[in-house]
Write a protein that binds this ligand. Structure first.
Ligand code: AMP
Ligand code: GLY
Length: 419
């Protein structure tokens, strides 16, 4: 099969590594890709938000299967646009259409979906621009911390957790006042859930599903989970507080009702569902859905996947019998190496040295660019190092040993991933 991966980060590099290793894969393309994916696939210079150009690439390279990394293209309706062009006949597009992508693209849609299908999630109220007065009156009835969420996509910055009421009021006014334009025209005020977060990933055809190993990511930039939120500074899999009993509850109360809910609501869905969960006193709750894999969760999760990812996708989409997911019992960890100033800014253009040095870890490219004969930083999250180990601490030791062999000016990373 000829496979095309859309996206250009560490997640896409990890997807490329898995898919390239599949005996079903004849040729692999990545658009736009990065210098890391270029070692496994042919990169195609393409902006995936231009559906007509994607359609042309599908024909030119005789693509059989498309897998989408970032949510943006899905939420914008890439699948629907390609269908309208007739570009998906005899092709598998592994990602939902605009309707299914609303699970991630609209917090109000996903909240209503969960409530309709009895899926445990925090209580929420919705307010629109112009309703600042009512919204603040509602806030005043709550006790902190206060959770405010822009309804739409806001590049991972749409959630505010404020400890003080004054701060919550100020943030609420700014959000409703248009901080994220259309995306924060509606704001959810949600009850705060106090617990330990983890994520679970399903591949589904909207009726059947396969589950990948769970993961945890580390969102704050600073050690001890301090400082501003980032796209993710590291990840681990497995997660020690996610035992068999927790998995049973997650599958029974969250995964199954979600898949059944898609079916009941008549939402055609083929792709990943990423369940962002939190364990509160032994019970799992949903914080959010994503309609794609996570970055940097994918890097750790796929290192533990022993069965063939591409085969799983193909079997689901062709309604073939499903091969079981096979998981490596060892632990995987990923540590993300960032550029100076990230996440507030991201310095670009620093030369990266040592890319071939790490022997115990795989180096994934996130924000890099090839310039002359060098690779330079080109984004906030620049590289990720991922390793396996018989224990989590061995996997982490391998990551940190590898990180120390890499260098670019201003590089920083968290030294406490896994704790
Ligand atoms: P999201 O963008 O929905 O992933 O939210 C970002 C982060 O905000 C989550 O990973 C949680 O750490 C936190 N968060 C979101 N909703 C809640 C909630 N209801 N209670 C506590 N923390 C939350
Ligand atoms: N690491 C979080 C995400 O991909 O959304």
């Amino acid at each position: 099969m000829n496979v095309l991966i859309l996206g250009s980060g560490g997640r896409e590099h990890a997807l490329a590594r898995s898919i390239a290793s599949s005996p079903l894969c004849t040729a692999l393309y990545c658009a736009p890709g990065n210098p890391g994916t270029a070692t496994l696939a042919q990169n195609i210079d393409l902006d995936p938000s231009r559906a007509a150009e994607v359609a042309a690439v599908l024909d030119r390279y005789a693509i059989d299967l498309i897998v989408v990394g970032p949510e943006q293209y899905l939420v914008e309706g890439l699948r629907d646009q390609l269908e309208a062009f007739g570009a998906l006949q005899n092709r598998i597009f592994f990602g939902p259409g605009a309707q299914g992508a609303q699970l991630e693209g609209s917090k109000q849609f996903s909240k209503e979906f969960m409530l309709r299908h009895g899926i445990p999630t925090a209580r929420a109220a919705y307010f629109e621009s112009g309703q600042e007065g009512v919204a603040i009156a509602y806030l005043k009835k709550l006790t902190g911390p206060y959770v405010l969420k822009a309804d739409g996509l806001a590049a991972g910055k749409g959630v505010v957790i404020a400890t003080q009421l004054e701060e919550a009021e100020r943030e609420l006014r700014e959000l409703l006042g248009g901080r994220f334009g259309q995306a924060s025209k509606t704001v959810l005020i949600e009850d705060f859930l106090d617990g330990r977060e983890f994520s679970v990933f399903a591949l589904t055809d909207g009726k059947r599903y396969l589950l990948l190993p769970e993961a945890r990511d580390y969102k704050r930039v600073g050690e001890g989970n301090t400082g501003p939120n980032t796209g993710g500074m590291g990840s681990i899999s497995p997660v020690d507080y996610v035992d068999r009993e927790m998995w049973r509850k997650v599958e029974e109360r969250i995964v199954l009702p979600t898949i059944r809910g898609l079916e009941a609501d008549g939402i055609d869905y083929l792709g990943f569902v990423f369940f962002g969960l939190i364990e509160c006193q032994g019970e799992p709750w949903v914080i959010e859905y994503n309609v794609r894999m996570g970055d940097p969760e994918t890097q750790s999760v796929l290192h533990r996947l022993q069965s063939d990812l591409l085969r799983h996708m193909v079997e689901l989409s062709r309604s073939e019998p499903l091969s079981p997911v096979q998981t490596d019992p060892r632990a995987a960890a990923t540590v993300v190496l960032c550029s100076e100033g990230y996440p507030l800014s991201a310095r670009k253009g620093d030369v990266i040295v040592g890319l071939d040095a790490p022997a115990e870890a795989v180096v994934y490219h996130s924000g890099t660019r090839a310039e002359q004969n060098q690779t330079v930083s080109w984004g906030g999250r620049v590289l990720g190092v991922t390793a396996l180990g018989n224990t989590l601490s061995i996997a982490l030791e391998r990551c940190y040993h590898s990180a120390a062999q890499l260098h670019f000016e201003g590089m920083h990373y968290r030294k406490d991933i896994g704790t």
